[in-house]
Ligand binder design. Structure first.
Ligand SMILES: Cc1cc2nc3c(=O)[nH]c(=O)nc-3n(C[C@H](O)[C@H](O)[C@H](O)COP(=O)(O)O)c2cc1C
Length: 172
């Protein structure tokens, strides 16, 4: 049976929900990552940066914009040494300025992706997948992007069935 790894980044704190700012103890993408793990089994790996992003929404968008422009690779609290034993890797992340947060690429850059099947999952407030699929394919050299799923961030928590059905189908 194929072995799954579900890698996610998700930010707690202030975020936009349908036009207004609210502070949340758990990020949108974290729900989606957990639904995938529950549906298909496998291990969850949370990407956490050494330096936390501002809880304030606007301040965070500024930091994220600079990181994207500079193609930054923020330092992570922990990395994986190898992907040995894993067949399917799901990347779950929020859309930040049209792609994944740079921290996801800090994780990717250290690993050998040849022969892996990868899946792109993005929560967003209107941009859908943005350029995340292209960016992922470029970064994960030798991997095959099998499928992707865009979920509206404000509906992430209530999207368990949609996410589970998708994850089960694309790993059949
Ligand atoms: C720094 C930052 C940049 C964002 N940029 C975009 C964007 O370009 N397009 C979009 O649709 N949503 C954007 N959003 C909204 C998030 O993608 C959305 O709220 C997501 O569900 C947050 O996931 P999280 O709670 O797991 O971090 C941005 C949010 C932040 C904090």
């Amino acid at each position: 049976m194929a072995k799954n790894l579900i890698v996610y980044y998700s930010r707690k704190g202030e975020n936009y929900f349908g036009g207004s700012i609210r502070s949340v103890p758990k990020g949108n993408t974290e729900y989606v990552a957990e639904y995938i793990a529950e549906a298909v089994g496998g291990e969850l790996f949370e990407i956490e940066t050494v330096e936390e992003y501002p809880k304030d929404y606007m301040a965070c968008t500024d930091v994220a914009k600079t990181e994207l422009r500079e193609k930054a690779r923020p330092e992570l609290r922990r990395y994986m040494d190898s992907l040995e034993g894993y067949d399917n890797i799901f990347f779950c992340g929020p859309c930040w300025w049209g792609t994944y947060p740079m921290a996801i690429f800090s994780f990717i850059d250290r690993l050998d992706w040849s022969g892996k099947r990868i899946f792109a999952v993005m929560t967003h407030e209107g941009s859908g997948m943005g350029s995340s699929e292209r960016d992922l394919e470029k970064a994960c050299k030798g991997a095959k992007l099998v499928d992707s799923l865009a979920i509206s961030g404000s509906q992430a928590q209530s999207s368990k069935k949609r996410v589970s059905d998708w994850a089960l189908k694309c790993t059949e």
